[in-house]
Design a protein around this ligand. Structure first.
Ligand SMILES: Cc1cc2nc3c(=O)[nH]c(=O)nc-3n(C[C@H](O)[C@H](O)[C@H](O)COP(=O)(O)O)c2cc1C
Length: 405
């Protein structure tokens, strides 16, 4: 694969990773993930971010550097926007092959270079407002954007070409193949990557939405012609599309953008009693014509549940009591909701119990901090009666009406 030229002297070094089953060891990536790093040339050459190791990775990476007219040995500066290992794995190899290349990152980033990789020298701390003159009119500017997605994170901006190297911000799952630019994909392909970027955001970034909003504010002053993230599509035709999308995603759990008027139904059931009650709830939702997605746990991986639940204004949580508490796979989902700050939802909880219940109490304790608006929950012993089913349908309607407000 060749490097992709973004503007004269600026290249994307792009790798499709298909060998890993999961991202961060948690989130399934059936369609893989891309890793982008970038070469910027003035009189001096900068490499922005690196890549993770994969089979044959160094050789593939070197071949792309060659097609961009450079090599590990010719790099003058290594700029690290983010120290997560998927963007830094080659750092030791680069330092070995090219001890003169200076490494630039935020003060927290430089501390990680020292502590992670035991590289003690040839390091430069940069802060917001600092810049690096590569010569020939090419100046790179740095913007600290903490917690997108680690505390040390920054973005780098090439003012001459208007390219923003945003690292994990504006990223997505999904490999790209030989195309990397937004104008090279069809509407259908964009719909696929949009869902993968929502899944990426809800899995990886949603805990840090307040920081995303702050970073987007900071970037408003820049004339961004191309958004060049570390994962996924490079946006040169419509950079606003991905910026707006991220602003919307950040708003879902900080309240700066409304969630979608839809319901995500998450259910688990051992013997089908809760499921039968859920069908009545669904009938109520359908009667109100509110769109919904539905996921059974644990069958559907939490990664996909999070994506649909993150964007939905409404949630149905359907589960039985299990050992005096919530059905364990649902407890896992609620634990993730807490960690990822899924606030502000409208929710209905239902479920069957056998002899004394317990799920309701644990659920209510768990969601107390979530700032959700709850429709009164419905519980029943064993098989739902006709009266239970009528009530369940009614509560489904009630939730749907709330979502439509
Ligand atoms: C492993 C296990 C643990 C259970 N623990 C409780 C419990 O602590 N309290 C209770 O009231 N019912 C308990 N039950 C009973 C179920 O909650 C009850 O049968 C319910 O109707 C199952 O609904 P489902 O078919 O949707 O799974 C338990 C059932 C199983 C299989």
């Amino acid at each position: 694969m060749n490097a992709h030229e973004i503007t004269p002297g600026v290249f994307a070094i792009h790798a499709d990773i298909k060998s890993a089953a999961r991202f961060e060891g948690i989130w399934p990536i059936p369609h893989g993930v891309t890793l982008n790093s970038y070469i910027v040339k003035g009189e001096k050459t900068a490499l922005i971010d690196l890549a993770k190791d994969w089979s044959g990775s160094i050789e593939q990476y070197e071949r792309q550097l060659e097609t961009a007219g450079t090599s590990f040995e010719a790099i003058d500066y290594l700029i690290l926007n983010h120290l997560e290992p998927d963007h830094t794995a080659f750092i030791v190899e680069l330092r070995k092959r090219n001890p003169k290349a200076e490494i630039l990152s935020t003060p927290k980033g430089i501390a990680l270079v020292k502590n992670f990789f035991k590289i003690p020298e040839g390091l430069r701390e940069v802060k917001t407002g600092d810049s690096l003159d590569l010569g020939a009119g090419r100046v790179l500017e740095f913007f600290e954007t903490p917690n997108i997605h680690w505390p040390e994170t920054m973005m780098t901006y090439d003012r001459a070409g208007g390219t923003l190297f945003s690292c994990d911000a504006f990223g997505s799952y999904g490999t790209l193949g030989d195309r990397v630019f937004d104008d090279e994909f069809t509407a259908e392909e964009h719909a696929f990557y949009e869902h993968e970027s929502l899944r990426y955001y809800s899995n990886i970034v949603s805990s840090f939405s307040a920081f995303v909003t702050k970073a987007l504010d900071k970037l408003k002053a820049l004339e961004v012609k191309t958004v060049a993230p570390s994962h996924g599509i490079i946006w040169r035709k419509n950079p606003k599309t991905i910026c707006d999308r991220y602003a919307k995603y950040a708003g879902y759990n900080t309240g700066t953008a409304p969630c979608e008027k839809e319901i995500c139904i998450i259910w688990g059931s051992m013997y089908g009693y809760t499921k039968a009650g859920l069908e009545a709830v669904i009938a109520g939702i359908e009667a109100e014509k509110v769109p919904y997605t539905i996921h059974q746990v644990p069958d559907t991986d939490a990664s996909f549940v999070l994506a649909d639940a993150y964007k939905a204004a409404g949630l149905v949580i359907a589960m039985p009591t299990y050992e005096y508490k919530m059905f364990p796979p649902m407890a896992h989902i609620l634990d993730l909701f807490e960690r990822k700050h899924f606030t502000g939802k409208k929710a209905l909880r239902i479920g069957s119990w056998g002899w004394v219940g317990g799920a309701k109490k644990e659920y209510e304790e768990r969601i107390a901090a979530f700032k959700w608006t709850s429709v009164e929950s419905v519980e029943w012993q064993g098989v739902a009666s006709e009266a239970d089913l009528a009530l369940l349908k009614e509560r489904g309607r009630e939730l749907a009406k709330l979502v439509k407000e």
